[in-house]
Design a binder for this molecule. Structure first.
Ligand code: HEM
Length: 163
């Protein structure tokens, strides 16, 4: 794995990293936006995952629900990546070595792989089960795995300051 420490040092010394670190209110303000992004992302993604599990919105077509909810999930995720990068830049060297941060990044990567697999494999024959209340096992597994991944990411994010 390439050594990222020089990049972390450079980030910390940049005007963004330094500005956030030296301000009393910038870090908590940006973290607030980070958490609003999380609410939009995890909230909407979870409703969709629960639909895949067949626990909520059973009368709604999966494709319609996806069309209404997933743009919010993506928008929330973009907000999180942008605000997360700014928070990171202010404490990059310390956070880079933090085990909870590493677990969080790994789980985000897995969530990305999971979303891609869902899109290409599970969703491929969505036309057949779109309107069913009870979905095939692979859709349920996709929903369950997604919920577990997002719980892990939220928990790892919370642990960063404590380990
Ligand atoms: C590439 C994307 C992301 C980066 C670089 C990032 C980075 C960070 C950083 C640096 C912190 C501050 C850690 C601290 O000093 O306490 C933080 C906090 C946090 N992040 Fe992220 N994050 C990202 C995405 C996410 C996602 C996708 C979630 C959840 C779905 C998330 C949930 C949290 C939570 C819960 C906290 C703790 C807030 C608190 O302690 O009040 N982050 N993140």
């Amino acid at each position: 794995m390439p050594d990222m420490l020089p990049l972390c040092k450079w980030l910390e010394q940049s005007w963004v990293g330094g500005g956030v670190r030296e301000s009393l209110w910038l870090f908590p303000a940006i973290e607030t936006v980070h958490l609003l992004g999380m609410a939009a992302m995890v909230g909407t993604a979870t409703v969709f995952d629960l639909r895949l599990l067949g626990w909520v919105q059973r009368r709604e077509r999966v494709s319609e629900l996806a069309g209404r909810l997933l743009p919010w999930a993506w928008a929330g995720f973009v907000v999180q990546v942008l605000t997360g990068a700014i928070l990171f830049s202010s404490e990059a060297v310390k956070v880079y070595g933090n085990p909870a941060f590493r677990v969080k990044m790994l789980l985000i990567l897995l969530a990305g792989v999971h979303a891609a697999v869902f899109h290409w494999i599970v969703e491929r024959d969505v036309a057949r089960w779109d309107a069913s209340a009870i979905l095939p096992m692979k859709a349920k597994v996709a929903g369950g795995v997604s919920i577990l991944l997002w719980i892990g990411i939220v928990a790892a994010g919370r642990f960063i300051g404590f380990v």
